[in-house]
Design a protein around this ligand. Structure first.
Ligand code: NAD
Length: 499
């Protein structure tokens, strides 16, 4: 079974960020420096630092600074290539501090060091470079001759894309530094200014990023960072009249609250929310790829990925083989310190999150599901939970319907292939799906009918910055990444002239 949890004596202590906020081009204390939030190492439950709990006035200072910068001649006249160069300089600094940032991220979030180093930090650096390139590629359209104008008139029209204005970026705790860059980099590339509020659970790398942004020489106010509770600092950002757009990633419940708060102001929003994504294994799949693939789809990052493959739908002829393989992997994954190279799965983010995961599993068991692997928290320090496979589930059971955000997969045997599409789409979410098969026809026909923002074929959880990312139904509104990011951070303007 899962190996015992090792004591956490092996953890390095990377240099801590100063704990100061990046506001208006300076590192400053919050107005009330005594109001702090504990940052807890989820692998040990120990407090490792405290961060400022910003109030409404701190948020106001940050938004005012972003607004002043946005309106300034310097920002409005800055050449797009020079905005791109700011992001490139930041990429170089992040690269130079990669080891330190990776260790800080692992300490604060419980993510495996091997993963933060190779994936999260790489994604952050790549994201900065990718969006740096976009800054100089913002284009409108030219309409030479409208077919609708009267015959005796000649009109010419063009469109431009104007930056939307001050952006509030609000991020969750599962990919802290990567998410911060997903908001900051496109905002700056497309000419906006930004105030970022990271999750109160994992603010350390974003605070450190603020120090690097200062070092990179961004104009004062272009990027500002405030930390604090969602209901306080987050809500103050959402309500601030000078914020023109909210770029949010987090839970569906918070996304709904934000959307409701913008009905009168009509602030622009992109909402990247939760999911309940199916991993679909067809009878002709290459099981040597599909089984580890489906296991990684749910157990990577301890299941704390919005696109996690949390519903495993398996065609009957291969069901027994797939279940044996998945349970085997679940039972052999080594839980432990994120800093131990032998560890394969880290802890959940918090005690509260572990209680939530355990609560949903217990509810499923009482509704009639069976734990084929895992199903409880192991003993010891830290907020660990066993990799869990639930069988005997039906469509209405709680773990099949709710986003669990933990290492728990619900497996279902599909006896009639004509049920697959309906089963895959039987969820209020629509973020992602994966299909495992060797049959190209079936792969594409199924991909067409799955109601999700991303469909992966023979892979899962691949985030590609060049592809639009976002969800249907309760998984969100709008798309980020790729060329869609330009639409998300700019407003089109039509200029029409009669000759
Ligand atoms: P959360 O909604 O609790 O918090 C996200 C952020 O919103 C935090 O910074 C929080 O402080 C802030 N917040 C909370 N209440 C707020 C309010 N009233 N006003 C403004 N801000 C507020 O989410 P979480 O638990 O940190 O993250 C997990 C969730 O994020 C999961 O549902 C997951 O699926 C989702 N997620 C989605 C994506 C995606 O791209 N679709 C990516 C990662 C995570």
């Amino acid at each position: 079974d899962n190996s015992p949890i090792r004591p956490a004596e092996d953890r390095p202590v990377p240099p801590m960020p100063s704990g100061l906020l990046l506001l208006d081009g300076r590192l400053v204390e919050a107005l009330d420096p005594d109001r702090r939030i504990d940052s807890i190492d989820p692998a040990t439950g120990r407090t490792i630092a405290t961060i400022p709990a910003c109030g409404k006035e701190d948020v106001d200072r940050a938004v005012q600074a972003a607004h002043r910068c946005f309106e300034s001649r310097e920002w409005q006249r800055m050449r797009p290539l020079d905005r791109g160069r700011l992001l490139e300089r930041l990429a170089l600094l992040v690269e130079a501090h990669r080891e330190e940032l990776a260790a800080l991220e692992s300490l604060d979030s419980g993510k495996l060091l091997a993963v933060t180093r190779a994936i999260d930090l790489q994604f952050t650096i790549d994201g900065l470079r990718y969006f740096a390139g976009w800054a100089s590629k913002i284009t409108g359209e030219y309409v030479a001759h409208s077919p609708l104008v009267p015959e005796d008139a000649i009109y010419r029209a063009y469109t431009e894309r104007r930056p939307v204005g001050v952006v509030a970026g609000i991020t969750p705790w599962n990919f802290p530094i990567g998410q911060a860059i997903q908001k900051i980099a496109p905002a700056i590339a497309f000419g906006c200014t930004v105030v970022l509020k990271p999750s109160e659970e994992t603010s350390l790398t974003t605070l450190r990023l603020g120090e690097l942004i200062l070092e990179a020489g961004f104009p004062a106010g272009a990027v500002n960072i405030v930390t604090g509770y969602g209901a306080e600092a987050g809500a103050a950002l959402v309500e601030h009249p000078l914020v023109r757009k909210i770029a949010f990633t987090g839970s569906t419940a918070t996304g709904q609250r934000i959307l409701a708060a913008t009905t009168t102001t009509m602030k622009r929003v992109t909402l990247e929310l939760g999911g309940k994504s199916p991993a679909i294994v067809l009878a002709d799949a290459d099981l040597d790829r599909a089984i580890p693939g489906a296991a990684a789809a749910i157990f990577s990052n301890t299941g704390q990925i919005c696109t996690a493959g949390s519903r495993l739908l398996v065609e009957a002829p291969v069901y027994e083989d797939v279940m044996a393989g998945i349970c085997d992997i679940a039972q052999s994954l080594r839980l432990g310190s994120p800093f131990d190279a032998a560890t394969q799965m880290g802890p959940l983010i918090s005690l509260r999150q572990r209680e939530r995961v355990a609560g949903i599993v217990d509810r499923g068991l009482s509704e009639g599901a069976t734990a084929l692997a895992g199903g409880q928290a192991p003993g010891g320090d830290g907020w660990f939970y066993q990799p869990t496979v639930l069988g005997g589930v039906s469509r209405q059971m709680t773990p099949m319907r709710e986003e669990i955000f933990g290492p728990v997969v619900c497996a279902m045997r599909v006896d009639d292939p004509s049920d697959l599409v309906a089963l895959a789409n039987d969820t209020p979410f629509g973020l992602a799906a994966s299909i495992w098969t060797r049959n190209l026809d079936r792969a594409h026909l199924l991909a067409d009918r799955i109601d999700a923002g991303t469909v992966w074929l023979n892979t899962h959880n691949v985030l590609d910055l060049t592809m639009p990312f976002g969800g249907n139904k309760l998984s969100g509104l709008g798309r980020e990444f790729g060329s869609e990011a330009m639409h998300a951070f700019t407003e089109p303007k039509a200029v029409c002239m009669r000759l």
